[in-house]
Design a protein around this ligand. Structure first.
Ligand code: A2P
Length: 330
């Protein structure tokens, strides 16, 4: 197999390379591509040195698969060109997620929506992935009527520039460039992404649209607030879930504990609850603070934490790739 990583010099791209190696996919031929300014740079990977190539050269090499994390504009430009030469693209940007003809996939939930003829597959937004993973078993068992979600998102979701801004501010230095319009150290912003005309942000809209698409239920009512916090290890979410019928909290705990990819971490008596420092570098999504919402029937609260660069981005994309390779072998 020939696998191209497009955006290999970026934050998510470098985690994709790490996950490829961790999962034994380094036996395949790996091509690394980025923008023209990085062409010729060396990247060490699994004991060898890879030269960064242009995206045009990567297309000309006709890889079997291309995992993309190079932003929506590059995905719109290049993914169809890879598809034309027969490459299957797994794209981490927002470019294709809403397209009804493009599957939007969390492998534990809906890998079956991918048909063999699909040449572009979309990887969902980081906040969506960790939330739907925690919701999928509840949806299957009880049905979901409404979600109220508030996120506490890590600066790593914004990229390297944001990490540098936070680190400089923590050290009492002036950042070389500002990723955000305000300081993030000792501060937070009640938004992420761009503001829409209706007052919500693009990140909030993604949570609504992508959750409905993955869970295949447009009737789920969803309202979201995204906040950016001075955290590095992962995204946290407070999720209020109104189910379609009553539930038993112990059953919910059991369902979550049995869900592949979920770690239940819920023992308040021992101060056990999910935190970004626990999720950092891990592929699992951590769920805790499970409790009944006494303000209305059939409703519960939970706290969901995941490493947004891993399950929220790179790991999910590589899991899709692994499933596709497995299918091809069968
Ligand atoms: P480069 O490093 O050459 O700019 P991040 O999300 O961390 O900013 O990383 C974005 C990644 O996408 C980087 O690898 C970046 O390459 C790559 N990239 C950005 N724009 C393009 C483009 N137009 N074509 C190819 N790669 C791109």
């Amino acid at each position: 197999m020939k696998i191209a990583v497009v955006g290999a010099t970026g934050l998510v791209g470098s985690v994709m390379l790490k996950v490829l190696q961790e999962r034994g996919l380094d036996q395949h031929e790996i091509l690394v591509a980025a923008s023209e300014r990085s062409v010729g740079r060396s990247i060490s990977f699994a004991g060898r040195t890879l030269q960064v190539m242009s995206v045009d050269d990567a297309i000309a090499a006709h890889p079997d698969y291309a995992v993309f994390s190079a932003g929506a504009a590059a995905s719109r430009q290049y993914a169809p060109r890879f598809a034309e030469v027969g490459t299957t693209v797994i794209d981490n940007s927002s470019a294709w997620r809403k397209d009804p003809n493009i599957p939007l996939v969390v492998p534990e939930i809906n890998m079956e929506v991918v048909a063999d003829r699909d040449r572009i597959i979309a990887n969902p937004n980081c906040s969506t992935i960790q939330m739907v993973l925690a919701l999928s078993a509840l949806q299957r068992t009880y049905g979901i009527r409404r979600l109220v979600v508030s996120t506490y998102q890590s600066v790593t979701g914004t990229g390297m520039k944001a990490i540098r801004q936070l680190e400089a501010e923590e050290a009492g230095e002036t950042p070389e460039t500002m990723a955000y319009p305000y300081p993030i150290h000792r501060n937070l912003f009640p938004h992420g992404g761009d503001f829409q005309t209706d007052g919500y942000t693009t990140e909030e809209q993604k949570l609504v649209d992508e959750t409905r698409k993955i869970l295949r239920d447009d009737s789920i009512a969803i309202t979201a607030t995204v906040a950016r916090v001075p955290v590095v290890g992962g995204h946290s979410e407070s999720v209020n879930v109104e189910l379609r019928c009553d539930y038993d909290l112990d059953d919910v705990r059991r369902l979550l504990a049995e869900t592949p990819g979920i770690v239940l971490c819920d023992d308040p008596s021992q101060q056990q609850y999910p935190m970004p420092m626990m999720a950092e570098g891990r592929d699992e999504v951590f769920v805790g603070r499970l409790r009944r919402d006494f303000s209305q029937p059939n409703t519960l609260n939970m706290w969901v934490v995941g490493d947004n660069l891993r399950k929220g981005a790179a790991t999910n994309a590589i899991q899709i790739l692994q499933e596709l390779i497995k299918r091809k072998k069968e």
